[in-house]
Design a protein around this ligand. Structure first.
Ligand code: ZN
Length: 291
């Protein structure tokens, strides 16, 4: 009898606690499971950062591995405030694609990280949402190259492949929009940890706002590194950064991810720039054990 009562009280406590948390926290869904990158190492870095911020709760939807049928893989996108893609693999089922597009049409938030912009080259609506993409057959039919030259956004229709990068290295991220909620308050120039610097991405780039760029020694251009796409009610936040776990541990990347996800979910940002944010001269990264 006593044991039974104890269980009921415990269940009620848990239920009240989750209700309180749900009032405040934004619900994040990270999608992974297929990627030509080591998603098993990178998803936990993002998940931990979201959870430690106390602004988010996180679930992960992991697809069946490469070569397995995706027929039954259909995450419940509508149950979340923002979906983060760490996925670059086989096409989702028609049902999953429809559910995702319906979620975005209904005002959903979407965050595109690194190779997620390689995914789905033939899914037109996805490419409109991500703005720019690379590889997997992308070329002039996908849309223009987009970069900044002499402080002007250039839409370059020159024929050629979409997607390229040189050897990994540390590089400077330059804020181009200091008023946007995501980048407001960031140092105008900050040094990013070792990463692949994607260049020559191409895509429809409709309703795209470039918030930050990095100069690529390979393309000789100032390439978009932080940008948004707003189509209808949906908000998309896109960063081509984040090749590996060590790239993601950069406080600049993590801050960008968390603020970008909050903006995609709500249109606003309440999270402050942390004290350990990188400077123009110094990379700042968090190791596995630190907060
Ligand atoms: Zn990569």
């Amino acid at each position: 009898m006593h044991r039974c009562c104890f269980s009921i009280v415990w269940l009620m406590t848990v239920s009240i606690a989750s209700t309180l948390l749900a009032d405040d926290a934004l619900r994040v869904l990270i999608v992974d499971g297929q990627n030509n990158h080591h998603w098993q190492a990178t998803t936990p870095v993002m998940k931990k950062a979201f959870e430690q911020s106390e602004r988010f709760t996180v679930d992960v939807a992991t697809s069946p591995p490469k070569g397995h049928r995706l027929k039954d893989f259909c995450p419940d996108f509508a149950a979340y405030d923002v979906v983060v893609s760490n996925y670059n693999g086989a096409p989702w089922s028609p049902e999953a694609q429809s559910a995702f597009l319906e979620y975005m049409r209904g005002g959903g938030g979407f965050v595109v990280v690194h190779a997620a912009n390689n995914a789905f080259p033939n899914w037109k609506e996805y490419n409109r949402l991500i703005g720019l993409g690379g590889w997997n057959g992308r070329d002039q039919r996908s849309g223009p190259y987009v970069y900044i030259k002499d402080d002007q956004v250039v839409r370059d229709e020159t024929p050629g492949p979409g997607g390229s990068h040189g050897p990994q290295h540390e590089f400077h991220v330059v804020i181009r929009d200091r008023q946007h909620p995501v980048t407001q308050g960031m140092p105008v120039v900050w040094r990013h940890a070792k990463d692949e610097l994607y260049d020559s991405l191409r895509g429809p780039a409709e309703q795209m706002t470039i918030l930050a760029t990095a100069f690529s020694p390979k393309s000789g251009r100032h390439e978009p590194m932080i940008f948004t796409v707003q189509l209808g009610e949906g908000r998309v936040f896109h960063t081509p950064m984040g090749h590996a776990d060590y790239s993601m541990r950069c406080v600049g990347f993590l801050t960008t991810l968390l603020r970008g996800a909050e903006w995609a979910a709500t249109g606003q940002v309440t999270q402050a720039i942390p004290d350990d944010f990188p400077t123009a001269d110094e990379v700042r990264s968090r190791d596995d054990s630190s907060k």
